[in-house]
Design a protein around this ligand. Structure first.
Ligand SMILES: C[S@@+](CC[C@H](N)C(=O)[O-])C[C@H]1O[C@@H](n2cnc3c(N)ncnc32)[C@H](O)[C@@H]1O
Length: 157
């Protein structure tokens, strides 16, 4: 049986203690329900932003991120017009009435963030490692504010 090392990442502001406190019960369940012998799985927290490196080179066999990578590193640049006026008036997201420049600003910010995510975290992986990322997206680019991804923000607004 290989020994598994699992690293859980979130921003430093996240309450890691809640997770740490749940680990003894989780280890018991691994043993009872999955038949994993004791001391075969070691879980640790890694506080930090995935917008930068989190691990030394060539460490990770498998990377999984669930519903996190679509969070942008910053408010996109380009949400202001030539004289500093807000282009996305009244919205904190891409809304149906947002001008094209707003969609472009969000797209470019995501492309920058996601490219860096892949660059940084591929360096942390062993050759032949695997990455599974689950993130919000939409089916086509005809209507950038379509219900596929923006409904949530519409409700929040
Ligand atoms: C919607 S929750 C998903 C939580 C969990 N992965 C799941 O699938 O239920 C998004 C998480 O991403 C974290 N997050 C957002 N930006 C991050 C960043 N730059 N680095 C690390 N974690 C980040 C948030 O703190 C939050 O815990």
């Amino acid at each position: 049986m290989p020994e598994l090392r699992v690293f859980l990442n979130d921003l430093p502001e996240n309450d890691f203690n809640t997770i740490f406190r749940s680990l003894p019960v989780f280890y018991d369940r691994l043993e009872e329900e999955k038949g994993l012998p004791p001391w075969t799985c070691f879980i640790a927290g890694v506080p930090g932003s995935f917008d930068g490196r989190l691990f030394p080179r060539d460490l990770l066999d498998f990377v999984h991120s669930s519903y996190s990578v679509h969070w942008l590193s910053q408010v996109p640049k380009g949400l202001q017009g030539e004289i500093g006026e807000a282009l996305n008036k009244g919205h904190v997201y891409m809304a149906e009435s947002s001008p094209h420049a707003v969609f472009k600003a969000y797209l470019e910010q995501f492309q920058r963030d996601f490219s860096l995510f892949l660059k940084f975290h591929s360096e942390e992986m062993i050759c032949g490692g695997r990455m599974v990322l689950t993130l919000l997206g939409r089916k086509g680019d005809e209507e950038p504010s379509s219900g596929d991804c923006c409904q949530l923000w519409e409700l929040l607004a």
